[in-house]
Ligand binder design. Structure first.
Ligand code: FAD
Length: 466
């Protein structure tokens, strides 16, 4: 007889959801092994915004929505370059998972928001962000008898005749009927970021904003069962300057982006999942252009002008796009300033006539009070006419999370290189690949995946243990 029915590796949203769901599905002895001294991984640092369709929260807000519509949006945005059956299960159950959290005691704001470029507002915003979700899940795990062991970094799977039969932390072995891997992503490992998410690493300014435990351990210890890894070079990249490592999820809408050709190429207020791909199409470099008046106005306003408005987030000054920081970075050579467009174009090495034409066009759009080119909300249109003029290079350098990982079935079984389920082994959350695709459907895509597929993994693990 095994020491426990189910071992879950990792105590983020995916792991805690899996552990609780396993208990609810009848597994009696459930153990969560967490490498760090604190519960929650990136999930507790997260906004906790969560995608889900057809929920009672949407109904209360008058939003008519179905999982089929979410599935359609998700697959279309990702051009079907994801695992369809897994995404079907995710989208079918994401709404119920939001409600499950609500039933457990997570409170959500009444206001729902659009995550990415979907047709309906489907992002559910928990009061107290990701930490509140982790707190509720952890409390229910403890109350239902799940053991959570901190400081236990699993480094080996116990394998018997091809089946996973437990885990090991150094010399300590624990046998289990089922093992669920929920170890999160690999953003904290420079080596893995370079190998598995090169488009963020190769920006040169790459840095990670998640938890320290996201080292991608599972990608190493699942080699023992020949686990298949999918979703190379996927994750979420946020635009960043090279000023510092302070994360700013959105670009203030009053900035104008131009590419290396000095041409505008996007609506600067596009959702970050879309912006990531737009930057990729421009060689991962752009320049934010603005004039002195826009900078003075933005600074005087004292509150960042983002298009996205997340309920509960504190309204505050942009950490980068204000006079004090711009002046400081000017001194460090990270901001270019000139009294003429010729000088500015020269400084950032873009064709002068292109930059001039772009600026003329922006000023026309301001006069028109309509962005007939890129459809940006006119309230964000600002003239570029008062010298000095500024240019700041931006790159999609902030690694928010990673999406290359273990390939799973819709029942969260881990597949081996041949495509067969590894007996006794399940995975959910950021550690998996093929679920989150080339276009991040969010905010809310990752947390929705973690909780929903975490529950699926817990249920499958409990059924296998029985
Ligand atoms: C600042 C920030 C904001 C975000 N906001 C959102 C948002 O609003 N909505 C959204 O959808 N997504 C958001 N994301 C992404 C999302 O929060 C994460 O992708 C998600 O929470 C990951 O959950 P997880 O359970 O898979 O992993 P984690 O929460 O990272 O948990 C994994 C756990 O496994 C542990 N672990 C790792 N290796 C081992 C090992 N060998 N042995 C034992 N334990 C191990 C880790 O220490 C960690 O505690 C955000 C991310 C960040 C960083």
């Amino acid at each position: 007889m095994s020491d426990v029915d189910v071992v879950v590796i990792g105590s983020g949203a995916a792991g805690l959801s899996a552990a609780l769901a396993a208990r609810q599905a009848g597994a009696e002895r459930v153990l969560v092994a967490e490498s760090e001294a604190i519960v929650g991984g990136s999930s507790r640092l997260s906004g906790g915004l969560m995608m889900g369709a057809g929920t009672r929260y949407q109904e209360a807000a008058g939003v008519v929505d179905t999982w089929q519509e979410l599935f359609h949006d998700y697959m279309t945005l990702n051009q079907w370059q994801v695992e369809p059956a897994v995404v079907e299960r995710l989208t079918q159950r994401a709404g119920a998972s939001v409600e499950w959290l609500g039933d457990l005691g997570v409170d959500f704001y009444e206001q729902l928001v659009f995550g990415g470029d979907e047709t309906k507002p489907r992002v559910h915003c928990p009061i107290g962000r990701g930490q509140a979700v982790v707190d509720v899940l952890y409390r229910h795990c403890r109350e239902s008898g799940v053991d959570v062991a901190l400081g236990q970094r699993v480094d080996r799977l116990l394998v018997d005749d091809g089946a996973v039969v437990g885990v090991a932390v150094g010399g300590d072995e624990i046998t289990a009927d089922s093992v669920v891997i929920a170890t999160g992503g690999f953003g904290a490992s420079d080596d893995k970021r370079r190998d598995l998410f090169p488009s963020v690493f190769d920006t040169g300014w790459s840095y990670y904003i998640g938890a320290d435990g996201s080292r991608g351990d599972a990608l190493d210890f699942t080699r023992a069962v020949d686990a298949q890894v999918t979703g190379h070079d996927r994750g979420l990249r946020l635009l960043h300057t090279d000023f510092d490592r302070m994360y700013e999820a959105y670009l203030p809408g009053w900035l104008v982006l131009v590419n290396r050709e000095g041409r505008r190429f996007c609506n600067e207020t596009a959702p970050y999942g879309i912006m990531d791909g737009l930057l990729k199409a421009q060689g991962d470099v752009a320049f934010a252009i603005f004039d002195h008046t826009a900078l003075i106005d933005a600074t005087a306003l004292g509150v960042a002008r983002y298009k996205q408005s997340i309920p509960g987030s504190t309204k505050k000054q942009s950490p980068h796009w204000n006079m004090e920081i711009i002046d400081m970075m000017l001194a460090e050579g990270k901001v270019h300033r000139s009294d003429s467009f010729d000088g500015l174009a020269d400084a950032i090495d873009v064709p002068v006539d292109h930059l001039r034409a772009t600026v003329d066009r922006v000023n026309e759009l301001v006069a028109l009070q309509e962005d007939v080119d890129y459809l940006k909300d006119p309230t964000f249109l600002e003239p570029i006419s008062t010298a000095p003029f500024y240019a700041v290079e931006v790159r999609p350098a902030t690694c928010c999370f990673t999406a290359c990982g273990l390939r799973i079935t819709r029942d969260a079984e881990v597949l081996d290189e041949a495509g067969r389920p590894v007996r006794g082994l399940y995975a959910a959350g950021e550690v998996t690949g093929g679920v989150i695709g080339p276009r991040y459907v969010g905010s809310g895509n990752s947390y929705g995946n973690c909780v929903t597929m975490g529950r699926v993994a817990g249920q499958s693990a409990a059924a296998h243990a029985r």
